[in-house]
Design a protein around this ligand. Structure first.
Ligand code: NAD
Length: 261
């Protein structure tokens, strides 16, 4: 059986864990070649071992590169590397942070605001811009760029994180703009909007604070947080040609959370 991403080259940022790693695993199973990137070399090494353990046989290649998405030269170098494979087909701009000291309006210092914007917004911009450069360079007639936002770009969070929320709102607007600008070239841009997920990010945010956990969990019609793999399946759909007419969406994968009252 031919995989849904057979012959496609993909870059995944923040591939060292959480949603990024689950997506890499599915991408390999679907036949893609994947360049896994992350700011943490050790996380990347562990993630590569896990991916190879889960998918020992796959038709594409899988390699790693240390990339801090807030540094344009790093992102550019990753895209240059995949250019030598035949150019980017899929760019998953997944890396993001939620700083533990991000807070309400009185609590969020400029340093955290700037760090969050540099990674969550500029990182997505660099990934998008260099993906387009590669797509054009190789004369590709289609390409899929998936940028991770969050449901906090759509609804307010009960446990506030102002910089994070603002950064994810910017991802929605940027992605929509790029989608419209590049639509006639065949390059699709969609935002992924996950609800809170059981990943290291959420675990470190909630810690052992049961009240904080409950305050978030109680809003879920499903009665549970999401899992990284549930986002990864949506990314595979958006990356594949099955979603060829899906463009400029805020693709919400939230178990119904944003529609609940
Ligand atoms: P995670 O913290 O589990 O994994 C994120 C990965 O990104 C880590 O491996 C980390 O090393 C890497 N990273 C951090 N800064 C980086 C940088 N500057 N350059 C490159 N890599 C960097 O997070 P996750 O839960 O898998 O989240 C993935 C994406 O989903 C993020 O954009 C996040 O904001 C978003 N999201 C997460 C949740 C959630 O509840 N976990 C909810 C909505 C949206």
């Amino acid at each position: 059986m031919v995989g849904r991403l057979e012959g496609k080259n993909a870059i995944v940022t923040g591939a060292g864990g959480g949603v990024g790693l689950e997506t890499v695993i599915l991408m390999l199973q679907e036949g893609a070649s994947v360049l896994m990137t992350d700011v943490s070399a050790s996380a990347l090494e562990n993630a590569l071992s896990k991916a190879k353990e889960v998918v020992p046989q796959h038709p594409g290649r899988v390699e790693t590169q240390v990339v801090d998405v807030s540094k344009e030269a790093d992102v550019e170098a990753a895209v240059d590397r995949i250019d030598s494979w035949g150019g980017v087909d899929v760019m998953f701009n997944n890396a993001g942070i939620m700083h533990p000291k991000d807070g309400d309006s009185e609590e969020c210092p400029d340093s955290i605001w700037d760090l969050t914007m540099n990674i969550n917004v500029k990182g997505v911009w660099y990934g998008s811009k260099h993906a387009v450069r590669s797509l054009r360079k190789h004369g590709k007639k289609s390409g899929s760029i998936i940028n991770t936002a969050s449901i906090v770009a759509l609804v307010g969070a009960a446990t506030p994180q102002v910089a994070y929320t603002a950064s994810k709102g910017a991802v929605l607007a940027l992605t929509r703009e790029l989608a419209i600008v590049h639509a006639r070239e065949g390059y699709r841009f969609n935002s992924l909007c996950p609800a809170p997920l059981n990943t290291p990010m959420l675990q470190s945010f909630l810690g052992d604070d049961k009240a904080k956990r409950l305050r978030r969990e109680i809003h879920f019609p499903t009665g549970r947080f999401g899992e990284a793999i549930e986002q990864a399946h949506a990314v595979i759909f958006l990356a594949s040609d099955e979603s060829s007419f899906v463009n400029a969406t805020d693709f919400v994968v939230d178990g119904g959370l944003t529609k609940a009252y």
